[in-house]
Every structure is written in C-alpha cells, then in structure tokens.
Write a protein that binds this ligand. Structure first.
Ligand SMILES: Nc1nc2c([nH]c(=O)n2[C@H]2C[C@H](O)[C@@H](COP(=O)(O)OP(=O)(O)OP(=O)(O)O)O2)c(=O)[nH]1
Length: 279
C-alpha cells in the first residue's frame, strides 16, 4: 500500500514480492545469489546492473550499480548482511531517495519460498509512488529469472591440466579428502570455457587456456552433470591452493591409484589417452 505524506516526513514503502519455487533450496539460492540473475533481470527491463568486484556471486562488501535505463541516473548499492541474510543498501542517496533490498529463501514441503523486499525512503512522497511499479516489476522479473535458473541443470566443469605427460589432481578440503580435477560449477550464463578459466584462477591462482573436451558427460548427482576439458597454464603463475589442501602431478600409470571422486573414475580411460597426446 502506498502511503502519501508530506515533504517533512521521510516515508518508507515496503514492497514485498514472493514466489514458491519447485526446486531444491540449494539450487534456488545458487540462482538468487548469482550476479547474472540480477544483471539479466535489469537488462530484461531495459536497464543495467554492474558489480564492482571480480567474481560471479553476490557477496557482502561488493558495490552494485543499477540504472532503470542505459545512461539513466544510477543507484549505487552496497551488498551487506543483516543477521546472515544478504542485503543491498543505498551507498549514497540520489539526493531524494534511498533504497534497500532484502532477499532470502526458506524451504518448506511445498517447495522453496523466495522473498524479495524493497524499502524506498524518500523525502518526497510522490517519489514513493513513482518507484513502486518499477520495483514491483524488478522483483517479479527477478523471481522469474531465479525460477528459470534454479531449474536448469547444474554444469560442473573440470580441468585436466596436462604438462610433461602428467595431469594435475587436487585433494578436496573436506573430511573425505578425496581427489578430483580442479574446476567447479558454471554460473548461469557462463560458457564452459569462461567457467573453467574462472575456477582455475580462483582455485589455483593460474591463468589458463581451455582446449578440447575429454571423455563423456558424467552424471554427478540428480540435476548435476560434469564435463572435462584439457587445459594449460598460459603464464608461469605459481600454484596457490584456495579450495584444496594438496595437489600432485600424476602420470597415466598412476591414475588408478588415486582415490578419486566416483564420477571422475568415468573419465580415467579418456584421461589416459589424453596424456599420450599433444594438446
Ligand atoms: N571440481 C570438480 N568437481 C567435481 C569433480 N568430480 C565431481 O564429482 N565433482 C563434484 C563435486 C561437487 O559436488 C561439484 C563441484 O562443485 P564445486 O567444486 O563448485 O563445489 P562444491 O560442491 O565444493 O561447493 P559449492 O559450490 O556447492 O559451494 O562436482 C571434479 O573432478 N572436479
């Protein structure tokens, strides 16, 4: 409901949009916290969204810049957290108004409930009424994008970095301590190549080049599939592990002795062949 007021009163107009999505909560959160979903939403409505820091996720501390149309007056918002929940809050007022956005998921037997709440605070009551339809459209489009992306299968890209007849394998930093190829989940809208280059930069701190596919598409879990590509480093960057606690170089004969994740076993024959071939 829009409350009208006077110029003297600072008004708050909470606008809440919600959707019940028939997908696992993890998939919904992955979609909702993906920058691509927020960017695609802004673009679909004729505007723009940009994030200052590198990365593909919405994380606390980042700065986001939204416009309702290209070249329009920007809203600069900082990503924050309140009680562990993500928020976006105006960094600088546009002079007349500030906006804050709260978004979250909760799981129920019927599905995953996503809520997005905007609060505009304007010195001029009339502006509250102006922002309302824009924010409702943004919220509804965001929920639609989130639903679409949450239902897409998740694609894991794994990199077989082969050098001098050996492939690099990495040990997961979890209680199982099992080995895998470096890589990870592609973000919505990312190509396999972009995702793999990003993951290798994040996990090993190396710049890389992606070559041909190796082996079959492997089912990792329901709705999650993995593809493997041959990769190489393009610079002499020293390996710095962030997600893993160990790495080693293994030649073809040693692959069967590595305690790989189950899905990786389906790649081993193809990896052995790749180890005998040039990139
Ligand atoms: N990177 C990588 N992941 C693999 C391989 N084999 C395999 O089953 N996986 C699985 C493990 C994970 O469930 C998923 C990769 O996701 P990930 O590395 O981005 O993420 P994660 O599950 O550790 O963490 P998160 O994104 O859920 O927070 O694919 C592999 O060789 N490399």
């Amino acid at each position: 409901m829009v409350r009208l007021g006077t110029v003297r009163n600072r008004l708050h107009v909470p606008i809440r949009c919600a959707a019940l999505i028939d997908a696992p909560e993890a998939a919904v959160r992955r979609a909702l916290f993906s920058r691509q979903v927020w960017i695609r939403t802004a673009v679909a409505l004729g505007g723009t969204a940009e994030f200052a820091a590198a990365g593909s996720r919405i994380v606390a501390g980042d700065l986001a810049r939204f416009t309702a149309r290209p070249g329009g007056r920007p809203w600069l918002l900082r990503v924050g957290e309140v009680n562990g929940r993500p928020t976006l809050d105006s960094v600088t007022s546009t002079g007349r108004s500030t906006v804050s956005v709260r978004f979250d998921t909760s799981s129920s037997g019927a599905g995953c409930l996503v809520t997005v709440e905007f609060t505009v605070s304007s010195r001029v009551a009339f502006l509250n009424a102006c922002y309302r339809p824009i924010l409702i459209r943004y919220g509804e489009m965001l929920l639609g994008m989130t639903t679409l992306v949450a239902r897409e299968p998740v694609r894991v890209v794994a990199g077989a970095w082969i050098a001098e007849g050996k492939v690099l394998v990495t040990r997961r930093r979890d209680p199982t301590g099992r080995w895998e190829l470096p890589g990870g989940k592609a973000e919505p809208g990312e190509s396999d190549e972009e995702a793999l280059m990003r993951e290798l930069q994040e996990e090993l701190a190396i710049r890389s080049k992606v070559f041909r596919r190796i082996g079959p598409v492997v089912a990792v879990a329901p709705g999650v599939e993995m593809v493997c590509y041959r990769v190489a480093a393009t610079h002499d960057d020293p390996i710095q592990l962030t997600d893993h606690d160990a790495y080693r170089w293994v030649e073809a004969a040693g692959l069967s002795t590595v305690d790989f994740l189950d899905s990786d076993r389906e790649l081993l024959d193809s990896l052995r062949i790749a180890l005998q071939m040039p990139a």
